[in-house]
Design a protein around this ligand. Structure first.
Ligand code: PLP
Length: 413
């Protein structure tokens, strides 16, 4: 049989809705400069779906640095993988700066956070090791674990009692095999905004021998007194053995990093296949990242402004009776009761009639008949944006309760 046979009439779990959803619910095109106000299908919308937490994407100093770096170096520099011909002093300087910022001995850049995480897991674990991870871990963690040929145990999201059970099993198996245990969770869970139980997990290190890795994609730059992340926020940065961050959120860029002890990071540098066998991070990204890191460190007002917006949005929505789950971070999920067709009509109404653009998540990511609208506040939103959005949400929830979105058909987009 032809290997391509399967794709006929089968586009996969998301692709099955391509005809109705493409360009609107999935792969929508937001146009114009990255800002809270962008164009969607020819109309201005108030965008709450960009992980541009600190508003750096369009910050004048950032834009200037990016443009200068691109003009000076070109997008192709340096050519080759770092291990071969793509190493530069600037890459190393950025790593030194990130290590210092994260209070770790050492750091290594990753071309994309996703690929980097896959390779961190792949290279640090061998068949004798056992890994224990949170059930809501990001796809990059799950995909890294697919490469792990040893045992792995999952604990239900943030369930510390269950984690202990898994640790008991894991430690016994690892000890018998002559391996070790790695626990992986996230600092800020990107969908629900709740925090990983980093404090509790670090505490468990007193009882069980394991190493601890945290994916802090959404916490880096948004959490902690200096923006160093969720470990700093919870006062347990020292207890995190491997700290992973991406440039794709607070830094509004591409790339990521892994930080830890010099010995471990040197091992990763020489063993992460996605970095050894792939081209180096382009120089404009490295120089652009340095500029962003400088702003992140020296302009605390960016994070303060982000949190002013977060607090206004979250407290305003809560005051109107909205259920925001357990978020303790800028990620703002709004849980409503409704079916998937209702969800599409809600989103359509929000975008077309209220000019509010946010992401929507439905079954099977959330339980049946739950609609999750996800808002990402940024430092460049205004309190007027917040007020307007809360007003829009209050109206759509009334319509939802009155069954006004209860149509069999999906909106024609
Ligand atoms: C929790 C988490 N980990 C990892 C990643 C991957 O990062 P990147 O976009 O840099 O590949 C993301 C971003 O999508 C994320 O949300």
């Amino acid at each position: 049989m032809d290997v391509f046979e399967k794709v006929k009439g089968n586009k996969g779990p998301l692709g099955q809705y391509a005809k109705e959803a493409d360009g609107y619910f999935v792969f929508p095109k937001l146009e114009g400069e990255i800002n809270p106000r962008m164009m969607f299908r020819g109309k201005e919308v108030l965008a709450w779906s960009l992980n541009n937490y600190l508003g750096l994407a369009n910050h004048p100093e950032v834009r200037e640095t990016d443009a200068k770096a691109a003009a000076e170096w070109g997008l192709g520099y340096p050519m080759g993988a770092r291990a071969m011909s793509g190493q530069t002093r600037q890459h190393e300087i950025l790593e030194e700066q990130l290590a210092e910022f994260e209070q770790k001995e050492s750091c290594y850049l990753l071309n994309y956070g996703y690929q980097g995480m896959v390779s961190v897991i792949d290279s640090i674990l061998d068949r004798k090791d056992v890994v224990v991870y949170d059930s809501e871990a990001h796809a990059c963690i799950i995909d890294g674990l697919r490469l792990h040929i040893g045992k792995r145990f999952v604990f239900p999201h943030n369930d510390m009692e269950n984690l202990e059970k898994q640790l008991n099993r894991a430690v016994k198996i690892a000890e018998a095999a002559g391996g070790g245990v790695l626990v992986i969770t996230e600092g800020v869970f990107g969908m629900s905004g709740d925090l990983g139980k980093l404090k509790e997990i670090v505490e468990l290190k007193k009882k069980y021998p394991f190493r601890f890795m945290v994916d802090d994609a959404h916490g880096f730059g948004t959490m902690g007194a200096t923006g160093a992340g969720t470990g700093e926020h919870l006062g347990v940065q020292d207890g995190i053995d491997l700290y992973f961050g991406t440039f794709a959120k607070s830094m509004a860029l591409i790339g990521g990093f892994i930080a830890g002890t010099k010995e471990v990071i040197t091992f990763l540098k020489y063993n992460m296949r996605s970095q050894i066998f792939a081209k180096s991070l382009p120089m404009p990204c490295v120089i652009g990242a340095m500029k962003r890191l400088e702003l992140l460190r020296t302009k605390p007002e960016l994070k303060q402004q982000l949190w002013t917006i977060v607090d206004a949005l979250q407290s305003g929505l809560k005051a109107k009776g909205f259920n925001l789950g357990n978020t303790e971070s800028p990620v703002t999920p709004v849980f409503l009761n409704g079916t998937t067709p209702e969800a599409t009509n809600v989103v359509f109404d929000l975008r077309e009639n209220f000019g509010v653009f946010c992401s929507v998540v439905v079954y099977p990511v959330v339980p049946k008949d739950v609609i999750m609208l996800r808002l990402i506040p940024t430092a460049v939103h205004t309190l007027e944006d917040v007020e307007y959005t809360i007003h829009a949400f209050s109206q759509i929830v009334d319509k939802l309760k009155n069954k006004e979105y209860n149509r069999d058909t999906l909106p024609v987009v």
